[in-house]
Design a protein around this ligand. Sequence first.
Ligand code: PXL
Length: 274
Amino acid sequence: MIKVATIAGSDASGGAGLEADLKTFEEYGLFGMAAVTVIAAMDPDNNWAHAVFPLEESALQAQLETIFKGAGVEAAKSGMLGTFYAVERAREYISAYKVKRYVLDPVMVCKGAGEALNPELNAVVAEKLLPLAEVVTPNLFEAEQLSGLKEIASIEQMKEAARIIGGKGARHVFIKGGAKLSSLTGGTEATDLLFDGKDFELVKDSLIRTAWTHGAGCTTSAAITAGLARGLSVPDAVILAKKFITSSLKGGFALNQWVGPGNPSGWRKDRLFR
Ligand code: PXL
């Protein structure tokens, strides 16, 4: 059995966070483990406002011991970390246990929540975690924050951001232009960019026009992690993850009036009922 772990927040609504990660690992036939950093809950009586409850440091550390010392992993990802100590503990365990296939999802926003989360953490995440990352998976907003570029609205600007972020230590930078880049450029496909420190590769798939995208970032980085755990190269893991997220978005649905998650099991329906 191939073991894989996520260090991430719990999204009680099930669409993002470690719930999305574990569902995705399962679809790849892997054994998923999770260290919870924060618990996110949403208020049905107040427009689905997000509340984030950090776990105390000793509880996080005990989970990291369980996973990295107690079991070992082929690959790991981190998602929402939420506190300075979670960033530091993630760094400590990923480096002490020499997790080479580490995917950094630099979660800075939640779709629907509207505002940036923990902006004070971004510089620390960049400094401590980018140098460990086999792949970092920013969306356009996160790529702007990590690169310092004001606005990324074209493939050329994505390339420039990727060069800057690669210069901060990540071995591969995967910037998700997705539907947002299409709407900025009038493109007809969802286009992302992979940079390996030298060459660029555009990664495209059909644009799924949907509002039900909650958890898409988490699912994408989990799928890349899962592919790496299975021994795929980074480009192959990214291309497979792109197909996976397209199916997941096709399977998206309205959970309620505020939010709609993708569905990581969407690819099975696609395959069975094509
Ligand atoms: O989609 C970003 C995200 C990541 N992790 C957790 C979340 C969210 C957004 O809601 O709740 C735990």
